[in-house]
Design a protein around this ligand. Structure first.
Ligand code: OGA
Ligand code: NI
Length: 352
């Protein structure tokens, strides 16, 4: 990639700010009590559920260790990802993303987004992923997304398959803990993840010649249920602390996964657990790799505060909306760079 074009960094919000606090980090949660034994100790699991609940409420972000995902499964996909991004640009662009399907490769030149200093390869986890063909509420046509496989490296397919299965397993366990922390049954969310629209993103952040002018990813919230992210040892992910809005650097912890609450959990929990802003800094010397698993419900899931959590004192804060229509709308406005405001969950907020 070339130089950062200053035209793209007029938006001051996009520039890295210096107000980053050292020393504090997001909560670190040990999942071994539910992973390593069949007979879970009730008290220990209750303590874990409380920890998850506080982390979701106070941070919207936490790291998990002893999560049960074999290190080998992760290393295989990380290696395949490095080998893929090392290919010549023409090779990578053979599997480029297009308007019909969100899967595949894209870089900042393809998206004309020089502010996000990264290249990306997106894969759906359940193939094919079934999604609405159009954001139009009157149009009920569906479409299918298949993954686009590069010729090299051939191992990427098997690595994706293994990793995807592990992420779905861990994702459901985490959603089970989140459900329990809201006073719901462990399987309360499971039905939403049959025919899920989840994806795995391989991210590559190359070294950036002007790290003060660009970000790897500008500040944003994730729109799905939760994101489970593997980052390498370079670091760069920053989370906006809820108490004061200061950016906190997430220190790389070997073989940990970073979990964050997305918009769906915010809506289901009726704002109890908010989706939190985060961003990625670039580095002038080192390249960085990360792999988020974006866990998302089926396209036909209606997004609305869960009935069990609603009462006279806590009326619903959102009108119901279709997940599929919501994300298709977001995706196409991003893809076409339409000059309209990107659809957000607050557009469905019930005014008090
Ligand atoms: C994302 C994201 C963080 C990272 O892709 O949505 O926030 O560390 N990535 O790569
Ligand atoms: Ni994100």
């Amino acid at each position: 990639m070339g130089e950062v074009d200053p035209v793209f960094v007029q938006d001051l919000e996009h520039r890295p700010k210096l107000s980053v606090t050292e020393g504090e980090d997001i909560p670190l949660i040990d999942l071994s009590s539910i992973i390593n034994s069949d007979e879970n100790d009730v008290d220990v699991v209750e303590k874990l559920v409380k920890e998850i609940g506080s982390a979701c409420r106070e941070w919207g972000f936490f790291q998990v260790i002893n999560h049960g995902v074999p290190l080998e499964t992760r290393l295989k996909l990380e290696t395949a990802s490095r080998n893929f991004f090392a290919l010549p640009l023409e090779e990578k662009r053979k599997v480029r993303r297009d308007e019909l399907s969100a899967t595949g490769y894209y870089d900042t030149e393809l998206t004309k987004n020089v502010r996000d200093w990264k290249e990306v390869f997106d894969l759906v986890v359940e193939e094919p992923a079934v999604v609405p063909a159009s954001p139009d509420p009157q149009d009920n046509n569906l479409t299918q997304w298949f993954n686009k496989w590069p010729q090299h490296p051939p191992e990427i397919r098997e690595a994706w398959e293994e990793y995807g299965k592990e992420m779905q397993k861990l994702g459901l366990k985490l959603m089970g803990l989140i459900a329990r922390s809201l006073g719901l049954g462990e399987n309360r969310f499971n039905e939403y993840f049959k025919n899920q629209t989840s994806f795995i993103r391989l991210n590559h952040y190359p070294p950036c010649p002007s790290p003060h002018l660009a970000l790897g990813v500008g500040r944003h919230k994730d729109s799905g249920a939760i994101t489970v992210l593997a980052q390498d040892d370079v670091g760069g992910l920053q989370v906006k602390r809820k108490t004061d809005g200061v950016w906190i650097q997430v220190k790389p912890t070997p073989n940990a996964y970073i979990v964050n609450v997305g918009d769906c959990v915010q809506v289901w929990s009726n704002d109890k657990y908010e989706s939190v802003e985060h961003r990625v800094m670039v580095n002038s010397e080192k390249e960085r790799f990360s792999i988020p698993f974006a866990m998302r419900p089926s396209h036909y899931t209606m997004m609305e505060p869960l009935k069990e959590l609603i009462n006279d004192q806590n009326p619903p804060k959102f009108k119901p909306f279709s997940w599929g229509k919501f994300f298709t709308n977001k995706r196409l406005s991003n893809f076409k760079k339409l000059n309209v405001e990107n659809l957000q969950i607050y557009h469905f907020r019930i005014q008090e």
